[in-house]
Design a protein around this ligand. Structure first.
Ligand SMILES: [Zn+2]
Length: 295
């Protein structure tokens, strides 16, 4: 199925589910993030866009449609934080754990000079390339003289230098990016029946207002015993809730018969043991609760 057919398919499924759940007369797709309603033309005009989990840049799969505004606003900020976090994690794996390859831009500080370099790491071997184009020639020549002097005087060993990655990200934004991923995974799997529940209002608000703190305690470190990178759980302990494992973090979301505000509930606990049932990870827009029961 090509991209446009897949978008049409998602629209049809979403519009049918939305009408079924809400009884709304017009045949519209409801953006799961802002709850805006969009007619079929929104596909052709590009107002409804495909949402990938993970980001398309990280090889994600299309699992839902969101409106362009939600997709681009969050795309430029919180999704970008996730892409940069992934890059930095990869560089740590390659540099520190000697696992995999990495290529990226760094600044190198040595002998009182700071220059731009390109770092290549492969099987633990590090190559530092110095591109002339993006460096001040005076600084390059001063650093070269410094290194030559070190060599002449036999002082190379133990000489310290500092490499700082050019890639940065805000941790709080990357967490909200994970929250958005978890929310969209649940929308794709359960459908409107789930995400239109009032318990999810604060989650939706947090994704839109990513610079504010609306909810806390939604993100915990993943259980290292779970080997799969992605996993979806319906928890029954300590309370009915949803857990979405996204690599190193697990996002907690409310469930119908859990507390009205599960984040308040989690905030009051010092240590929590989770248990529940694993559900399949969605591979397309499934909306299982809108069309049939899944639990
Ligand atoms: Zn939207």
């Amino acid at each position: 199925m090509n991209k446009i057919e897949l978008k049409k398919n998602f629209f049809e499924k979403g519009a049918k589910a939305f009408r079924k759940i809400t009884g709304y007369g017009d045949y519209c797709y409801c953006c799961p993030i802002c709850k805006g309603l969009f007619p079929f033309q929104a596909i052709k005009t590009g107002v409804l866009t495909m949402e990938h989990v993970h980001s398309e840049k990280l090889g994600g799969k299309p699992i839902a449609l969101t409106c362009k505004q939600c997709n681009s606003t969050t795309g430029y900020t919180i999704d970008a934080a996730i892409v940069n976090r992934d890059k930095l994690n990869k560089s740590v794996e390659a540099l520190v754990r000697k696992n995999g390859s990495y290529e990226g831009n760094y600044s190198l500080k040595m002998g009182g000079e700071t220059i731009n370099v390109n770092l290549e790491v492969h099987n633990g071997n590090v190559t530092i390339n110095v591109p002339k184009k993006i460096n001040n020639p005076v600084k390059l020549s001063l650093l070269k003289d410094y290194i030559l002097r070190l060599r002449e005087e036999g002082r190379c060993e133990g000489e310290e230098f500092k490499l700082t990655p050019k890639t940065t990200y805000r941790l709080c934004l990357s967490k909200i990016g994970d929250l958005k991923t978890a929310f969209l995974v649940c929308f794709s799997f359960f459908g409107y029946n789930y995400i239109l529940n009032n318990r999810l209002s604060k989650v939706r608000k947090q994704i839109i207002k990513y610079d504010d703190t609306i909810i806390d305690w939604y993100c915990i470190p993943s259980d290292e015993k779970i080997k799969d990178k992605h996993a979806l759980y319906l928890l029954n302990n300590p309370v009915s809730s949803i857990a979405v494992k996204i690599d190193k973090v697990t996002i907690l979301l409310p469930w119908f018969d859990g507390p009205e505000d599960i984040y308040n509930f989690f905030a009051t606990k010092n240590s929590i043991t989770f248990s529940g049932n694993r559900l399949p990870w969605p591979v397309t827009l499934e909306m299982r609760l809108d069309f049939f029961k899944c639990t």
